[in-house]
Design a protein around this ligand. Sequence first.
Ligand code: NDP
Length: 310
Amino acid sequence: MSPAILFATNSPTYSTTLMNLCRELYPQVEAFLPGDEGAERAQLAACWAPDPALLKHYPNIQLIHSVAAGVDHIGTDLLSSGVPICRVVDDGQKVGMFEYILCGVLRVQRNFDKAAMEQASQHWQRYPMRKRADMRIGVLGLGELGGYAASQLAEFGYCVSGWARTEKSLAGVRCYNGIDGLQKLLNQSDILVNMLPLNGQTKGILNADLLSQLPEGAYLINCGRGAHLVENDLIEAVNSQHLRGALLDVFSVEPLPSSDPLWTTKDIFITPHIASDASKPEIIHQLVRNAIKLSTGEALNNQINPMLGY
Ligand code: NDP
């Protein structure tokens, strides 16, 4: 039986784009949209925020594959359905994420954030230059993306710490785990970068209590998920000048509604979920490779542990 993939993201346009690319790159693979004739043959569902009732309509689905690095959008019903879940892990995406984080770090280190504010009032102010080795960066999450970014920042000469669930050893990175480890990392982070996956343990982790453990004038970069952050706690920490500011790429509701106070909070810089993604051809290659592995019974690539949620 030839591999068959159902493209079931929450955007019909995006699903169609991926399906057409799959047909172009792999004519031997059957590619469907929900409702297409023959779609019930699909063994793999390629998903972003799929309909939780998906499996009921397509009982032949044996693998749910995120079209991204994260899997939280798949939802608890499907994550706990017992069907294997895989995700995309891509070297190009790691580089892109590192570049995004480096932009945020340099913006603070070289005071571009202050210059942007002061330009508005035509205020000329020079600040002392800070060396990379004097910038203490803490990275929450040392997985594929966070671990790569932490290592690259360390190689670049920054003073880097990282925090994960389990013990880690990364060249040039002081690694912590556990609650005590988190506190140590926070106390010594001028810039805190969130690269955690969203799950029951990490939802709301960027809250008033955590932010209060950062040094005065620290800066937050959130590239994980919007629901990691308690928005009002951040706004309070920035308005009270405990924090210098924040660079936010992800939000609980996307697109960020125009009424959201984050848009207008001074010193909060917003980007529209652009930190990094895998290219569409790479996503298709990884989906097809796993569809073939599924049909031959080989171990799947980048399978997540549904109990951990990542
Ligand atoms: P991984 O699954 O490879 O790594 C997750 C890391 O987080 C691991 O080091 C893990 O620890 C750690 N972790 C998980 N739970 C906890 C916890 N409770 N306490 C402490 N540490 C924990 O994920 P990736 O690096 O591939 O991606 C991370 C997230 O980045 C994605 O889930 C997604 O939400 C986000 N993302 C954002 C993008 C954007 O454009 N803004 C693009 C792509 C991803 P351990 O290693 O010990 O298990």
